[in-house]
Design a protein around this ligand. Structure first.
Ligand code: PMP
Length: 366
């Protein structure tokens, strides 16, 4: 028997279930790994930027040295790109780690945290880990009901989480509602705007100027290199906020949470506009492909602004397994209280076609 954990939340806390790795499914189904495609974790199907790969290879001979704990060059370049100061930036081992920093800073028993139904799974997990109280606001048409979230803020609320676009629904909140929310969240409440998928938008609302001008010290933006930059395996994301907030988060951060390879890869990826443009274009075409196909199949789907799409297939778990048998890994949505739905990440045109064919087979439509 292990010593009883002091953190009593662990008794009931579920373990996060990520998209299944290709190698794991290959072992389980005795299939060659190169015959399996993964459209389960909203990764970039075009791979990392070739510039990033070259930059990462270049730092390998120096791995005997610790990384620059403050990631000077990466912060400089990011700050210039975003129009903020390096003091506005904190880097995380994936943006997931930034969520944990927020938890260490603001969560405790007696604290309320406001999220939406169908929100990104890590927000409730971290809230419960720290013994804080989750307030879940019902979604509207699968998306965030921002006016209702604003109303749900109590005197005990310290943090509101909004992912825009949201994962797993792909929904984008109306611009006016976001502005209304940002302007009206009380000063004592931190609004975390999770912008993991913002680069996929054609005309995104840019909130970073509110941070750079110091207008909203209670606003934290989160972004990542895992999605459009194609570097999910590298584990690097960042937060953009008021320097005082960033200083607090920096105290929690492990000194070398961003390794040297990640710093070099992210830095180079920032400069590869062509790769980003190609990825965005592939994504628009892929979303169009799936939406057209689902309409033809008379399958309900949620209009997506991100790099994945939620589709209603009946028995989600069964369809997920049937797709997996055909070497296509997608994400079942039972854990999100959407048991009739699966989420499919946009792949290359070939991957999209293969997953659609597998879906038709799974649904007996072929
Ligand atoms: N936020 C949202 C909305 C996400 O979908 C994800 C990845 N699934 C993350 C944050 C975390 O991404 P990462 O830790 O890879 O930066």
């Amino acid at each position: 028997m292990i010593p009883t954990p002091v953190n009593t939340a662990l008794k009931t806390l579920p373990t996060y279930q990520p998209g299944r790795p290709i190698e794991e499914v290959a072992r389980e189904l005795n299939l060659p790994a190169n015959k399996i495609i993964k459209l389960a974790s909203n990764e970039n199907p075009l791979g990392p930027s070739p510039l990033a790969i070259a930059a990462m290879q270049k730092v390998l001979p120096n791995l005997n040295l610790y990384p620059d704990g403050n990631a000077f060059y990466l912060k400089q370049k990011l700050a210039a790109k975003l129009g903020v100061e390096p003091a506005n930036l904190v880097l995380g081992n994936g943006s997931n780690e930034i969520i944990e920093f927020v938890g260490h800073t603001y969560f405790a028993p007696g604290v309320d945290v406001v999220v939406s139904q169908f929100c990104f799974a890590i927000y409730p997990l971290v809230t419960k880990l720290f013994g804080a109280n989750l307030i879940t606001v019902p979604a509207k048409d699968h998306g965030h009901d921002l006016p209702a979230m604003l109303k749900a803020i109590t005197s005990q609320t310290r943090v509101v989480f909004v992912a825009n676009p949201n994962n797993p629904t792909g929904t984008l909140a109306p611009r006016e509602e976001v502005i209304e929310l940002v302007n009206n969240v009380p000063d004592g409440v931190l609004l975390v705007m999770d912008e993991a998928y913002i680069e996929f938008l054609e005309n995104p609302l840019d909130l970073s100027s509110l941070v750079s001008h110091g207008a909203r010290p209670n606003l934290l933006l989160m972004r990542t290199f895992s999605k459009i930059y194609g570097l999910a395996g590298l584990r690097i994301g960042y937060g953009i906020g008021h320097p005082d907030l960033i200083s607090a988060l920096e105290k929690i951060r492990q000194p070398f949470n961003i390794n040297s390879i990640a710093q070099a890869g992210a830095l180079a990826a920032l400069g590869d506009e062509e790769h980003i443009r190609k990825t965005r274009q592939n994504n628009f075409a892929g979303l169009e492909f799936f939406q057209r196909a689902f309409r033809a199949l008379k399958l309900e789907y949620v209009q997506s602004a991100a790099n994945f799409i939620l589709v209603r297939v009946g028995e989600g778990q069964r369809v997920f397994e049937a797709l997996q048998q055909q070497g296509v890994i997608v994400r079942p949505m039972g854990g999100y209280q959407l048991p009739e739905w699966i989420r499919i990440s946009v792949g290359t045109p070939k991957e999209n076609e293969r997953s659609l064919a597998a879906l038709k087979t799974a649904l007996g439509q072929k």
